[in-house]
Design a protein around this ligand. Structure first.
Ligand code: NAD
Length: 314
C-alpha cells in the first residue's frame, strides 16, 4: 500500500470529516482546509494540520498553504451546499463553488498535485425522465447545480491542458451521522433531529416523492478508492435504489419502535419528484458498490444521536 499526502477541503464538514477519518484509518497523511461556515473544528483530530481559509478569497494565501503542505492529492469538498441559498445568493455560490475550485486548480498546477477528487452532485443533471447515467446531458435547475457543473468543466480542462489527473464523483442524497439538518439532503437529518428533539416530522407534498439515499461511510470509501483508480473519470456515487420519504419514516418506526406521525405541508417549490442515479460505472471503475442498506445506515445514524434524545410520539 502506498501512503499518500492528501489535503481535504471542507474536511471539517459532514462528508469531509468522514473522509478524513477513513484516510487516517488507512494510514494516509492528511491536512484539512475549511472556513468553518458549516464545518466544525471539533469533528477533526487535533493533531492534523488545519488551515482556516476561505476558498473564494485570496489566491496568494492559498499558494502559501500549498507551498507548506505540498499534497499529492486534493479531495475537494468545500462548497456552498444549499440549492436554496444558491438561488438567493448566486454570486456567493459562484465564488465558493466555481472560483474557489479554480483557485485550487491553479495551486494544483503550480505545486504539481497529482490528482484532484471532486464532490459533485446529482444537481448537475436537472430534471430527468429516467435514471441518470454519467453520459446524460446536463441542464441544472439551480445555480448550485450550475456552479458544480462549471467546476467540473474547469477540472476537465485542467486535465486536458496540464495533465492534472482527476475523479469527479456525483453524489446522490448522502446521509449519516454528523449531517447538518440544513444540508443538501436534509430529510433524513431533519427526521433524526426530530427524533432527538421531539420535534415535528414535516413532510412536503404527499411523501411519495423518491430519493436515492447513499450512506456517508460508503461515500468516504469511494473517495479513498479514487486515490488510485478511476483516472479522468466521472462517476455517480449512489445506492441506485429508490426510496420514498414515507418509506424512510417507516424504516425509522421499525428501528425505534415509535409511532411516528408525519405533518404534511404543501409541495416544496422546485422540488424534483423522483431522483435515482445508476452506479454501474463506479462498480466498474472503482470496484465500489454500497455496503450499507438504508436500514443499516439509518440504524448507525440514530445511534449517533445524543443520549439525551427523546423518542417521542407526535
Ligand atoms: N450532502 C449531500 O447529500 C451532498 C450531495 C451532493 C454533493 N455534495 C457535496 O459534497 C460536499 C460536502 O457536502 P456536505 O454535505 O458535507 O456539506 P457541509 O456543509 O457539511 O460541508 C461543506 C464544508 O465546506 C466548508 N466550506 C464552505 N464554504 C467554504 C469556503 N468558501 N472555503 C472553505 N471551506 C468552505 C464548510 O465549512 C464545511 O465544512 C459539498 O461539495 C457538496 O456540494 C453533498
Amino acid at each position: 500500500m502506498i501512503y499518500v499526502k492528501v489535503m481535504v477541503t471542507g474536511g471539517a464538514g459532514f462528508i469531509g470529516s468522514h473522509i478524513v477519518e477513513e484516510l487516517l484509518n488507512q494510514g494516509h497523511v492528511v491536512s484539512v482546509l475549511d472556513n468553518l461556515t458549516s464545518g466544525k473544528r471539533g469533528k477533526l483530530p487535533g493533531d492534523i494540520p488545519f488551515y482556516h481559509y476561505d476558498l473564494g478569497r485570496d489566491l496568494a494565501e492559498l499558494e502559501a498553504i500549498f507551498s507548506e503542505e505540498k499534497p499529492d492529492v486534493v479531495i475537494h469538498h468545500a462548497a456552498q451546499v444549499s440549492v436554496n441559498h444558491s438561488l438567493d445568493h448566486p454570486i456567493q455560490d459562484l465564488e465558493t463553488n466555481t472560483l474557489g475550485t479554480l483557485h485550487l486548480l491553479q495551486c494544483c498546477k503550480t505545486y504539481n498535485v497529482k490528482k484532484i477528487i471532486f464532490a459533485s452532485s446529482a444537481a448537475v443533471y436537472g430534471n430527468t425522465e429516467k435514471d441518470s447515467v454519467e453520459s446524460d446531458g446536463n441542464e441544472p435547475l439551480s445555480f448550485y447545480g450550475l456552479s458544480k457543473l462549471t467546476a467540473e468543466k474547469y477540472i476537465k480542462l485542467y486535465g486536458d491542458l496540464y495533465g492534472l489527473n482527476y475523479t469527479i464523483l456525483r453524489y446522490a442524497n448522502v446521509y449519516g451521522p454528523g449531517q447538518n439538518a440544513e444540508g443538501e439532503s436534509g430529510v433524513i437529518s431533519l427526521f433524526c433531529e426530530a427524533l432527538r428533539s421531539g420535534g415535528k416530522f414535516t413532510v412536503y407534498g404527499d411523501g411519495n416523492q423518491t430519493r436515492d439515499f447513499v450512506y456517508v461511510k460508503d461515500v468516504a470509501r469511494a473517495n479513498v478508492l479514487a486515490l488510485t483508480k478511476a483516472d479522468k473519470d466521472v462517476l455517480n456515487i449512489s445506492s441506485a435504489t429508490t426510496t420514498s420519504v414515507l418509506e424512510v419514516l417507516q424504516s425509522l418506526r421499525t428501528l425505534t419502535g415509535e409511532t411516528i406521525r408525519p405533518v404534511f405541508l404543501g409541495n416544496k417549490k422546485g422540488e424534483i419528484r423522483h431522483s435515482l442515479l445508476k452506479n454501474n460505472r463506479a462498480a466498474e471503475a472503482l470496484g465500489w458498490i454500497p455496503h450499507y442498506s438504508l436500514l443499516e445506515g439509518l440504524k448507525e445514524t440514530i445511534e449517533c444521536v445524543p443520549e439525551s434524545a427523546v423518542y417521542q410520539e407526535l
